[in-house]
Design a protein around this ligand. Structure first.
Ligand SMILES: [Zn+2]
Length: 264
């Protein structure tokens, strides 16, 4: 029963966020698009729908069942100690976000994983629709890892749910082509990942792309030395150097991309 409400909350968060940021982007856009927004949206949203139908439903059920199972049977690290619920939730969100940081870094340095992750990076402009432009292969591997981590941690359902919604919201925000006031960015940046930090991560320059891996917190990049900040934002060219042509980046190209020639 809780599974239904959990996926409803996630779904509401996802579509709510998508329309919220789309509206804001149109009203206060960071920069003008260099390729057709409509065309990119058709690709990104069809990829998202394809993924949701095939994978999200199965895996969100598995994630909720795992969290319920470990809670019921008192498994995992968190069930070894008696801590207040809010500490458990905070720890779950921080731990899962740190694991996501490592997973993201591995997607860039392991050639096999980069084959899949490059699909996300080939978007030639960034906006809220980029946040869910992922190859189904990457999502499948990451879902298996996520379920194992929930099991290992003994994460409870509220913690997992807050983490999942946090990831959706933060990813939509930092991918959005939203003009954010400088003062807000400089405060937000201390703890979290603002659009300017993630824009550097989507640069065609490999040194810049292999930095700023964080999703919710900017802390992991700070302590691991992978944070880059001094980049002229106006000069960032978004995408992967080997894929400059938007006509070669349609849905069918994105789906077979991991199985084509390797590129840096
Ligand atoms: Zn990346």
């Amino acid at each position: 029963m809780f599974y239904i409400s959990e996926s409803m909350i996630r779904l509401l968060f996802f579509w709510g966020g998508l329309f919220f940021f789309l509206l804001l982007e149109v009203l206060i856009s960071y920069r003008v698009s260099s390729v057709s927004k409509v065309k990119r949206w058709i690709n990104n949203i069809s990829l998202t729908l394809f993924n949701s139908i095939l994978i999200n439903l199965i895996f969100s059920a598995a994630i909720v069942s795992t969290a319920t199972y470990v809670e019921k049977n008192q498994l995992g690290i968190l069930n070894l100690v008696q801590a207040p619920l809010w500490i458990e939730i905070l720890f779950t969100v921080a731990f899962m976000d740190f694991m996501l940081y490592i997973w993201h870094l591995l997607n860039h340095v392991v050639p096999f994983l980069w084959r899949f992750h490059r699909v996300h990076h080939t978007d030639l402009n960034m906006d809220v629709s980029t946040a869910t432009r992922f190859h189904i292969g990457e999502l499948a591997i990451s879902a298996v890892i996520k379920i194992s981590l929930i099991f290992f941690l003994g994460a409870n359902l509220p913690g997992v749910l807050i983490f999942e919604c946090g990831v959706v919201f933060c990813a939509q925000f930092h991918h959005s082509s939203l003009k954010v006031p400088k003062w807000f960015e400089s405060i937000f940046w201390i703890l979290f990942v603002p659009p300017s930090m993630h824009r550097i991560h989507h640069s065609v320059i490999i040194r810049e792309r292999d930095s700023n891996y964080g999703t919710i917190f900017s802390l992991w990049d700070r302590i691991s030395g992978t944070l880059i900040t001094r980049v002229d934002q106006a000069k960032i060219r978004i995408g992967v150097g080997a894929y400059p042509n938007p006509d070669r980046l349609n849905l069918q190209h994105l789906l077979i991309m991991p199985f084509t020639r390797p590129v840096r």
